[in-house]
Design a protein around this ligand. Sequence first.
Ligand code: PMP
Length: 384
Amino acid sequence: MTYFDHNATTQPCAEAIEEMQDALVKLWANPSSTHAAGQAARSALADARTRVARFLGCQGAELVFTSGATEANHMAILGGLALGRVRGRQRVVLSAVEHPGLLALAARLRAEGVVVDMIPVHRDGSLDLQAADRLIGDDVALVSVMGANNETGVCMPLDELALRAHAAGALLHVDATQLIGKSLRRFDTSGADLWSTSAHKLHGPKGVGALVVRKGLALPALLSGRQERQRRGGTENLPGILGFAAAAERASLTLAADIAHMQGLQERLERGLLALSPQVHLYGEGRARLPNTTLLRFGTLDADLVLTRLERGGVLASSGAACSAGGTQPSHVLLAMGESPEQAKAGIRLSTGRDTTVDDVDRCVAVVTAQLLPLLAEEAVATP
Ligand code: PMP
């Protein structure tokens, strides 16, 4: 099988697995216990904090370990809103293409009476900055955008948004989950106040992530308790946190080369696929995009059908569309880009990783040729 689904998750690297196994066997004491075993765990936790902070570009004291990016996003939005309310600010501004977990939180807030405004995107998936200008006013508590979109890979204009948010006196939260391991962007040079990440997108374990909280920002906790300097209660997931640290260190060794490698693969993949048929449509072309993400549609062939055919040929990928009890729902990202519901159910995301090879890419193009070109030819005849 050829894995083209790295934006969903990545395989844990050997370094992370080894360090986690070691922690499970040797560092199982509670870091809050005052005895020697507890203190050994505490010291490993402090060490892991320094290692992850070095990778993300923040200070150790700015890092709050969480159960992943979903929790970090909740902490950022709810905490940012609470801080805003103290200053009479009640409004939250998000991009229309945020992660479904964050949009679900926004829907919940709206039901509670909070005003949540969405910054639209252009047809190519890039953020409409003129609309952002109109929406970011001095009644806004928090602006929240993703660093790069998980479906299209299109990068968001973080510098411009930081300027606008800060000029209005609002906080900027960046859901940086898809940036890590694929971008040189770091917290310290981003202008953001809050920065969410998740270890499993970086060849680390699932169920662990972090929220970076800029120094001096008294963000309230989501989970009360004394751990993480009272910012996140609950006994720390030390094996997970050490796995995150090992994955971060491993990633930092080859980051620039990995990005260049994935960029080369992306060019080869997209060139190969676009050459197959004029019915192959690439999203976000020409825009600043993650080097590993290619979102396409093959005519209007339904994503479910395309994914089944790709898997038959040994290629594992994903669609942006969400599955629910009522069947496949169109991708909210593609709808926001102005695609029809039919087109928005046809998006296929191919996402590579640092271990993906040129052979994998060539195999993918060959599988598309064999499995999908006949279907595309049929569709062209049916809809001339
Ligand atoms: N935000 C983005 C942009 C994501 O891609 C994901 C993972 N799909 C998440 C948040 C959620 O991360 P986690 O699985 O760590 O909760």
